[in-house]
Design a binder for this molecule. Structure first.
Ligand code: HEM
Length: 140
């Protein structure tokens, strides 16, 4: 019974993070763990110094954010990772993020992907996985 319940909870957690990729094609296109790690490290560096949205990160530890984003993108793109951070809703609830801030975040991620010469089609597949999260992240 307990094992059954554990299974149901695990399934529910994974489902809460959908839509995840149907296979690991995107994970591989992003360069697997080393590629995703480098991409998210660079993205976080750019976010922290960004003139428009850098201020949101003034109390954030970069090392932790890099780790959480790496695991999340690895998981969502079909890779062998588990995201163990909080829900997008809980993490961003008190930040007062606007649509323009969310769009800027997307631009920063695109710039980081351009810098790694990630093909446009691959960029769009990753952005398509992240886009639906705006509902939980934009609060004003
Ligand atoms: C699709 C877009 C986004 C994704 C996938 C995302 C993902 C994440 C993740 C995984 C974390 C770490 C959670 C944890 O440590 O448990 C996080 C934290 C954070 N995010 Fe986002 N985020 C997005 C958009 C944004 C935007 C647009 C902003 C602000 C402009 C933002 C600001 C922050 C801040 C400040 C934190 C750290 C909160 C803290 O230190 O407690 N995020 N985000």
């Amino acid at each position: 019974m307990l094992a059954l319940l554990g299974g149901a909870v695990a399934w529910h957690t994974a489902a809460a993070q959908t839509p995840a990729a149907p296979d690991d094609a995107l994970y591989r296109a992003l360069g697997e763990k080393p590629g995703i790690t480098a991409l998210m490290n660079d993205t976080v560096e750019r976010l922290f110094t960004d003139p428009q949205i850098g201020r949101f990160f003034k109390d954030t530890k970069p090392a932790n954010l890099k780790e959480q984003l790496r695991d999340q993108v690895c998981f969502l793109s079909g890779g062998p990772c588990k995201y163990e951070g909080d829900t997008m809703k809980a993490v961003h609830a008190e930040l007062g993020i606007r649509k323009a801030d969310f769009n800027r975040m997307v631009e920063v991620l695109q710039a980081a992907m351009d810098a790694r010469s990630i093909p446009f089609a691959t960029q769009n597949r990753l952005l398509a996985l992240l886009a639906p999260m705006h509902r939980d992240i934009i609060t004003r």
